[in-house]
Design a protein around this ligand. Structure first.
Ligand code: MLT
Length: 235
């Protein structure tokens, strides 16, 4: 298995995703939130780039639930913001989320040239690694980053998952991510650029929740063909 890590979203055009599994991470908080919402019983999710598209989808199908944020704050008129704790412990009987966030949903869309797209978080790291081993495809990790720039926590997550894989070949980004993971304590991630934004909003419980590693068996798959994503449980 060859593993690549794209160190900033703006580099995605320099990587060939064809035939590979692309793993998108937005640890703070989109990929953590989607995992948690699906585990709470939401049926599926549809990431969109902008608020207007989300609202258009809702107008066409009022049953859709809108979830998302700008600058980590819930978008006015949406049903949910982007905190995993809005969903943790809930028990939904289905539901279809249309999501729009500042970085995470854009990163998912950027992965659509891949053979398969997986959304990963620290909470699902072990389950995602097992899923990637089973799929056997080469892997490109795509940290969502922050406004196009490098993200400490997303890249650390890529390094953690990569360290769990039987890798034959590492690109430089993957080597850097693995070294970051091996030499940085997980608690240090709260002081990333986005971690500090969430701290400033008092979202410490969100941060602590997002930083729990390999506590979930869930693997989130997104299908570029349909635009919908859902949960598969790693055997
Ligand atoms: C994002 O997608 O940019 C983040 O998940 C924003 C947030 O903290 O909700």
């Amino acid at each position: 298995m060859r593993v690549e890590v794209i160190l900033s979203p703006d580099e995605v055009g320099h990587h060939d995703l064809c035939g590979k599994t692309c793993v998108v991470m937005d640890v703070f908080r989109f990929s953590t939130t989607v995992l948690t919402a699906l585990e709470a019983g939401m049926e599926r999710f549809f990431p969109v780039n902008d608020v207007a598209e989300a609202q258009r989808m809702k107008n066409e199908n009022p049953k859709y639930l809108l979830a998302g944020e700008r600058n980590a704050v819930k978008i006015p008129g949406f049903d949910f913001g982007n905190s995993p704790l809005e969903h943790y412990g809930k028990s939904y009987t289905g539901g279809e989320l249309v999501c729009s966030t500042t970085n995470g949903t854009k990163a998912v869309q950027a992965a659509q040239g891949a053979a398969q797209v997986v959304l990963a978080s620290l909470r699902s790291a072990q389950a995602v690694a097992a899923y990637l081993e089973r799929s056997g495809r080469d892997v490109v990790f795509l940290p969502a980053g922050l406004e196009g720039k490098f993200s400490l926590e997303d890249t650390w997550c890529a390094g953690l998952i990569a360290s769990l894989l039987a890798v034959r070949e590492w690109d430089d980004g993957a080597k850097a991510a693995r070294l970051l993971y091996e030499h940085t304590p997980v608690d240090a991630l709260v002081d990333s650029a986005h971690g500090r934004r969430l701290q400033a909003l008092g979202l410490w419980d969100d941060l602590r929740f997002c930083l729990e590693c390999s506590v979930s068996p869930g693997v989130v798959i997104w299908e570029p063909q349909t635009g919908w994503g859902a949960l598969v449980r790693e055997r």
